[in-house]
Design a binder for this molecule. Sequence first.
Ligand SMILES: Cc1ncc(COP(=O)(O)O)c(C=O)c1O
Length: 404
Amino acid sequence: MTLEWGDLFAGRIAGMAASEIRELLKLIDRPEIISFAGGIPDPDLFPSAAIARAYEKVFQSNAGAGGALQYTISEGYTPLREWIVAYMERKGVRPDLDEVLVTSGSQQALDFIGKLLIGPGDLVAVTKPTYLGALQAFSPYEPRYVSIAMDEEGPVLADLEAALAQRPKFLYLVPDFQNPNGTTVSTARREAIVDLCAAAGIPIVEDAAYAELRYDGEALPSLAAIDAARNGGRPGQVIHCGSFSKTMVPALRVGWVSAAREVVNRLVLMKQAADLHTSTINQIVMHDVVSQIFDSHVRRLRVAYKERRDAMLAALAEFMPAGVTWTRPQGGMFVWIELQHGQCGVTLLERAVREANVAFVPGAAFFADRSGANTIRLSFSATKPERIREGVRRIAGLLEPVTA
Ligand SMILES: Cc1ncc(COP(=O)(O)O)c(C=O)c1O
C-alpha cells in the first residue's frame, strides 16, 4: 500500500506553504543574471582571514581543540555571552549573563519565541510588510495575524492601537532598515510603541538583524533600550534578537536573544530540545573574531554598502518611469519599490528573469494578509555599483513609461 503522506502531516504543516516564487528564483544562479533577490552580505567583505586565524588558534593545542569540538552548555559559550552582555550594555540594556541565550542564527530565536508564545489561533501583530522569515518561523504554531500599516516613520499608531485592542500575544517588529522595505522607525514612534505596548501589557519582539548597518545619521535607541530605561536599565517587556550574520558572517550561524530571565529560562529549555547548543567551535571562533574586529569591520561594511545604496538610489532616479516610487533607506540592504498602479511584482519578476536577466523578490510574500501585489524588494548589498546601475536600468526597461 502506498502511503498518503499528505494525510499524515500534522495540521500545522498547512501554515508552511512553499513559496510560489522559489522555483523562479532557482534560475538566478546563472552568471548572466544580475540578482537583487537575496538579502545577503557580500562574500568579498567577509572577514575570512580573521576567521581562519581564529580556527587555527583553536587547533594549536590538543586541549583547545578538544574543548572546541566537545558538547557545551545550551545557554551558549560563556565568553561570547559576556561579550554580548557588554554589547547590550553599550546599547543601553543591562541583561545578566543568564538573560542572554546564544541561538543558531536569530532565525532560531524567532522559532523559539513562536513556540514559547503562540498557541493555535492566537493573534500575532506584525507590520505590513514584515520579514518573510518571521512569518515562516511563527506560522507552524498556527497563529492568526493582525497586520499594521506602515508610513515612513514606522507602524501607524492608530493601526497599532487597534491591533493591541485585539490582544495579540506579541508585536513583532524590525525597527532598523526593515527587511523588506528599508524603513527605520523614528525615535518618537519607538517611544510611542513601547508606551502603547506597556499600557496594553503586550510584549515586543525586536529583531535587530540590521541595526549596525547604518549609513546616514545617528543610531537610534533600540526598543529594548527604551524599555530598559523605564525599568532601571533591565530587560522588561522587550525580547531582543541579535545576529552576527550581517555584521560578520551568516555561515557560522550565531545569533542571540536578550530578554527577561523568565523568558530566557524557557528558551534555554527549547534550545536543549531543539539542538542542545549552537556549534561550540563556531561560538569560540565568533567570540575571538568579534572581540578583535567588530567595530572596525562594521565601519568597513558601512562604507561599502553605503556606496551600493547610493548607486541604487541614483539609478532608480535616473531610469524609473513616472508613477514608480521607492524608499530611501538610511541603512540595511533593501530598497522597496511600489510599481505603477495595476502592475504585479510576480509577473514583473517572470519577465525580468526571462527577458532581462535580472532578479528581485516580489513584495506580496512579505504581507501576512497577502496584499502588496504591486511591490518589489531590491537588495543592493551583494552587487557591485556598476552592476547595480545596469540591473536597475534593465528593470526600468520592462516598465511602461507613463504619459501624462
Ligand atoms: C529581519 C531578519 N531577521 C532575522 C534574519 C535571520 O538571520 P540569521 O538567522 O542569519 O541571524 C534575517 C535574515 O535575513 C532577517 O532579514
